[in-house]
Design a protein around this ligand. Structure first.
Ligand code: GAL
Length: 430
């Protein structure tokens, strides 16, 4: 396990966090019939079950149906943002030897889990057949390649460290929407201004959305090296800088909606900003898709900026699709993966999903201003790996840390969170 985190940290340092490291299985997708000969239905497992997320999936499925009119798309989505419900359902299916034809996973440590468990087919031959190696950036391909093999096709790149804000609520609180706070302390004083204006300063929901807020406060407080070090052992979880970061998280959390734990998912929290009930929501840029779908206008209705203290840093995650060992229709899965990797598929999907294409040949001319800014930032920012979205640590580590973060939401005990997060890191980084 240790090996994986060293590799991930190195990738992050190089600004290249997309990685599918490890795996010594000798599975091969090469024996399956080619996509062009696929028939029947293709079962695809995601957590894009409703709202703007389903709209993104639907846009991709439309391209798939055009590419493969004789195939039937079987939507196996399990609702719950960030795969909060889907991942355990999937784990049970994989354990029982009844995988879907393709499933969504996060590039990075989460994918590594599946590779280590020999649950994924090697897609190296598929990359060659589809000339994908030349369509994704060479350095990305380098990092997707481990022991000469590649195990997934990334559909998109998302950013987790974005704050979305209601323009009118900011103005009413005396905050200039065009001048976002530059660091955590300045943001906390803006949160206080909103509180005085009578609105909820920061909207958050339960479970993973708090972990995502936590990761970005850690990033803002510790900086890139300090944050990366939390996952590869270079940062001491017992250190005073970590205590200070957790204290800042406690302060930020104190400005959130009191009903946060009863909001089941990210969308209701983002909705509070859209409704003018709250000023800010820290959310991955799938939120851009929701604002757009709901007809909100950037600049007039809402605005966005990197989490204060993280400008110049792109907190990265990517969804990547697989061909599981034992998939009922491997040729059909290859057809799906062909659409996923294609320029047309990536343009159609990412335009609606709020993310940016991983395929560099995908057209983005009519993408939103936010997405254009994300494309520019991704090419120049420092890249770090998201904790809440499977890029930084494996699922078991994330689950344990998530439990501690959730407990902290109730008791606010800084020492307890620091100790348990440190103990978890020691356990998994060994
Ligand atoms: C992430 C996923 C995104 C989006 C988000 C909210 O984990 O990578 O594509 O779906 O969860 O559900």
């Amino acid at each position: 396990m240790r090996r994986s985190f060293k590799l991930l940290a190195a990738a992050a340092t190089l600004g290249l966090a997309l990685t599918g490291c490890g795996g010594s299985g000798d599975n091969s997708a090469d024996t399956a019939a080619p996509a062009s000969e696929a028939t029947g239905s293709v079962g695809v497992f995601t957590w894009w079950a409703d709202g703007s997320e389903k709209a993104g999936l639907d846009a991709l499925v439309d391209v798939f149906k055009t590419d493969y009119p004789d195939l039937t798309f079987d939507n196996l989505a399990v609702a719950g943002g960030a795969g909060s419900q889907a991942k355990s359902v999937l784990a049970a299916q994989l354990k029982a030897g009844t995988p879907p034809d393709s499933f969504q996973a996060h590039a990075g440590a989460e994918l590594q889990d599946y590779i280590d468990a020999d649950q994924l087919e090697d897609l190296t031959g598929f990359y060659e057949e589809n000339d994908l190696t030349s369509q994704f950036p060479a350095d990305l391909i380098d990092r997707l390649t481990v022991d000469g093999k590649i195990y997934s096709v990334p559909s998109n790149i998302h950013r987790s460290n974005v704050v979305w804000a209601n323009v009118d609520v900011l103005k009413d609180a005396g905050i200039d929407p065009e001048k976002p706070a530059e660091d955590l302390d300045a943001w906390i004083s803006d949160l206080e201004k909103v509180k005085k204006s009578g609105k909820t300063p920061l909207a958050v929901a339960g479970s993973w959305t708090q972990v995502q807020l936590f990761e970005n406060v850690l990033l803002a407080s510790l900086g890139v090296d300090g944050y990366n070090g939390l996952w590869d052992g270079a940062t001491d979880w017992k250190g005073e800088d970590v205590t200070k970061a957790i204290e800042s998280y406690k302060t930020v959390l104190s400005y959130t909606n009191s009903d946060r734990d009863s909001l089941s998912d990210w969308a209701p929290a983002t909705q509070l900003v859209q409704d003018g009930a709250a000023a800010y929501n820290l959310m991955g840029d799938w939120a851009e898709a929701k604002f757009t779908l709901d007809g909100d206008k950037a600049g007039t209705d809402y605005t966005y900026f990197p989490m204060p203290g993280t400008a110049g840093v792109f907190n990265f995650l990517a969804d990547s699709f697989t061909l599981p060992v034992g998939a009922p229709n491997p040729a059909g899965a290859k057809a799906w993966l062909t659409t996923i990797g294609s320029a047309e598929g990536q343009t159609a999907f990412n335009k609606v999903k709020g993310s940016i294409p991983a395929n560099t040949t995908a057209k983005t001319d009519d993408f939103s201003e936010y997405q254009k800014s994300a494309i520019a930032d991704f090419s120049k920012d420092q890249i770090v790996s998201s904790l809440a979205h499977g890029a930084a640590v494996p699922v078991a580590w994330l689950n344990e840390l998530s439990t501690a973060v959730s407990k902290f939401g109730g008791d606010g005990n800084v020492a307890t969170l620091q100790e348990s997060a440190g103990a978890t890191a020691e356990k998994f980084a060994e």
